[in-house]
Design a binder for this molecule. Structure first.
Ligand code: ADP
Ligand code: MG
Length: 355
């Protein structure tokens, strides 16, 4: 075959292979866009485990009429302009691929209205060249992305979809992770028109200093809404700062005897981004070493904050991994903080035995 340029749709479908694994990945990308747009309310409506429909509406900044076409194009982003921006990234997105990718493997409509624009507009892509069409539509300030019939044109992907219940379970988990990351954002989730989750916003500290008792209690309320009352009651609050490297860790840690048998409450955030990081998992595991029974798992919701230039998030397209520039310092800071916290927690009696 001669060398040729791939049609836009096919190129986007190939890119979609990396980030759009299942309906839950669509939810993750879209909700992250809402957060990057400064939304304080996000409504998520799912039909048939997301295979039929995923609709996300937010009250964020919105997208101007003139930029709707770009928003749907690959490699188009408002979040970075230079390599320097990438090296100190604070937004969740930056690749400019999600909307184009999702749009190439579904029927996607993007509707939006920024505050300063009189009416709303909606846009969608058509055909192999992904030509963008636009028309006016009624919309309050903010953005709605309506994704229908995911993978209808990529049968190989469609085949890998599990049952409605399983796919919705993954979505529920993604929403839980995001809700834990952003306590000040109100999030509502429906499935097949049934309201299932409503995470109410709480006022939290600005992350620059130690939270007051009141702020701690607010976080704890949100925590209980999301991961359950029991963890909220049994876990101890942790906070530590290291001025020299501008490191801060805080969150909740279950004492060893209250740790769960399943590893289902293990949430680690780095600068507001949920991570499955080997280095941090190792530090956490090591902190519990010697005090945790073999059949129990470290149980925690922890937040690590450090200067954006100290982490590289551009390691994996789905951004599940990071690289720390000062890996040793970060590891040891987390380890010593948690070790001290566990030492203090050991003294506190546990009310009941967890399931
Ligand atoms: P990225 O998030 O990496 O920039 P996306 O494809 O996810 O790429 O989005 C492309 C652009 O569309 C974003 O940079 C942003 O400007 C705009 N956008 C997407 N979703 C929203 C939203 N919910 N509210 C406001 N702007 C949005
Ligand atoms: Mg994005």
């Amino acid at each position: 075959m001669p060398i040729r340029l791939l049609p836009a749709q096919l190129a986007n479908q190939i890119a979609a292979g990396e980030v759009v694994e299942r309906p839950a990945s669509v939810v993750k990308e879209l909700v992250e866009n809402s957060l990057d747009a400064g939304a304080t309310q996000i409504w998520i409506d799912i039909e048939k485990g997301g295979a039929r429909r995923i609709r996300i509406r937010d009250n964020g900044n919105g997208i101007a009429k003139d930029e709707l076409t770009l928003a749907l194009s690959r490699h188009a982003t408002s979040k970075i302009a230079t390599l320097d921006d990438l090296e100190a990234i604070i937004s969740l997105g930056f690749r400019g691929e999600a909307l184009a990718s999702i749009s190439s493997v579904s029927r996607l409509r993007l509707a939006s209205k920024p505050a300063e624009q009189a009416e709303g507009w909606q846009a969608w892509c058509e055909g192999r060249d992904m030509a963008v069409q636009i028309e006016p539509t009624a919309h309050p300030q903010g953005t709605t992305v309506d994704v229908q019939d995911l993978f209808f044109n990529t049968p190989a992907r469609r085949k890998f979809l599990r049952t409605e219940k399983t796919e919705f379970g993954h979505i529920d988990e993604v929403v839980r992770r995001i809700a834990l990351a952003r306590p000040a954002v109100e999030i509502q989730l429906t499935h097949n028109n049934q309201a299932l989750r409503h995470y109410r916003p709480v006022a939290v500290h600005d992350l620059a200093e130690e939270p007051t008792t009141e702020q701690q209690a607010a976080w704890a309320r949100r925590l209980e809404q999301i991961v359950g009352k029991r963890f909220g009651q049994e876990a101890g609050f942790v906070f530590n700062q290291q001025a020299a490297d501008d490191l801060m860790v805080f969150g909740w840690l279950a004492p060893p005897q209250a740790c769960r048998h399943q590893g289902d409450i293990q949430y680690m955030y780095v600068n507001g981004r949920m991570m499955k990081d080997k280095l941090l998992s190792h530090a956490i595991r090591q902190a519990y070493e010697g005090s945790l029974a073999d059949d129990r798992q470290p149980t925690y919701v922890l937040y690590l904050q450090l200067p954006a230039q100290q982490v590289d998030v551009n390691v994996h397209p789905a951004k599940h991994e990071v690289r720390f520039h000062q890996a040793r310092q970060v590891h040891d800071f987390v380890l010593s903080t948690l070790r001290d916290a566990l030492g203090q927690l050991q003294g506190t009696p546990v009310v009941t035995d967890p399931v």
